[in-house]
Design a protein around this ligand. Sequence first.
Ligand code: F0G
Length: 466
Amino acid sequence: MSRSIPEPWRIKMVEPIRMTTKAQRKNALIEAGLNPFILKSEDVFIDLLTDSGTGAMSDRQWANMLLGDESYAGSKSYYLLSKTVEEIFDFQYTIPVHQGRGAEQILFPLLVELAKEKGVSEPIFLSNHHFDTTKAHVEMAGARAKNLICASSLQTEITNDWKGNFDLSKLSNEIKYNRKNIVAIIITITCNSVGGQPVSMDNIRSAARMARDSGIPVIIDAARFAENAYFIKQRDSNFSHETISKIVKKIFSEADIFTMSAKKDGMVNIGGLCCFRNNESLFRQVQLRCVPMEGFVTYGGLAGRDMAAMAIGLQEALDEDHLRSRIAQVEYLGHKLQQSGIPIQTPVGGHAVFVDARKIFPDIKPENFPAQVLCNALYLESGVRATEIGSLMMGRDPITGQQEPSLFELMRLTIPRRTYTDNHMNYVADSLIDVVKKADMLKPLEFEYEPKILRHFTARFREIER
Ligand code: F0G
């Protein structure tokens, strides 16, 4: 029998979590307008809402925080971070930001402005898949966001190693017929929106080269860059003997710019990056936008200690033992669910298990939010909080006001790094299995209150009859 590989860490500090009663959870959910985003965290037992900023930092990160330099300008911690970025990614120019969307808000409007100066009339960004804040920032900058994800990613039951890939023929057509309007391509690694699925090295290279040959800037959305590199090592025989660090360098050698939410693979509770390989002029212009929006160019919305923790977190992210254990835990939960016949996106992604609610509730219409129904039922059953990735998150077309068709109706069980044990995963799996047995009794939802944008965060719902 093969031995299991334990986590490459031991626990030095614990944070108690509290189990609630079903009656308490029912009250909490009603108060939250049947929207788990509005729940108070103290009413949640196991929080799988997101892996963003919710992981555990290491002793080295905590120790380094005490060495953080809180100078307003020219902080040592900034220079440490910038040096770390250069060592890991080969990128010369670093702007720290408060989180991923901070990078998006200082970068995208400038790219659109520069494109318009060159005569672009209908600016568009192309991506394998834009994350929702990324799409929001593209649209707020007056551009359109188009997703060109490969077809296999949409069928959760089909197993394909690279479900995060671009459909390269679609990308090539866009470039051929719409070159003049394309502001940039954004390669999201791993591709969160379709299940934390990796993008292959070949696909990254081909997409980037197509763009570069046409003079289109290549941006990597790098939130889960190390997990993507780990999948490349596991699944591409050309890289099975490479270090994660080398694979990361290869990936980033294809890009001109990267934005990063460091709250994921950067392993910090807050922080992000906006970095440039060698375009000093663009870097300077983005720095100018950073000052009024994020903060002075050597802190960008962060304390010195946050940058110090990020510098260590980025190095720890490359540790193969960490990545193996992290991805094995996500897989462990996924396989347990699969063994009980629960439909999930396969193969299991890097940071989360995505449960296919469309298959569990074939009769609940997208506008009645099947995945949100499942999230609520799971919370009620167990105190586990998950999140909807489907029609609710997708929202309405800003021009027509019509519900945008969503590719999926998924419930995301997102696993924070170095935070929960496999016993927590057992509890999550057992609870969800019980919920799915009662699926016929669950009721669809409709809006009681629908915000205009990013509605999944604050919307309120009521149940309707099936
Ligand atoms: N890009 C990707 C791929 C993301 O997953 C996120 C955030 C962002 C950008 C924005 O970064 O939150 O630091 O501003 N994803 C979180 C999630 C919120 O739950 O998946 P941020």
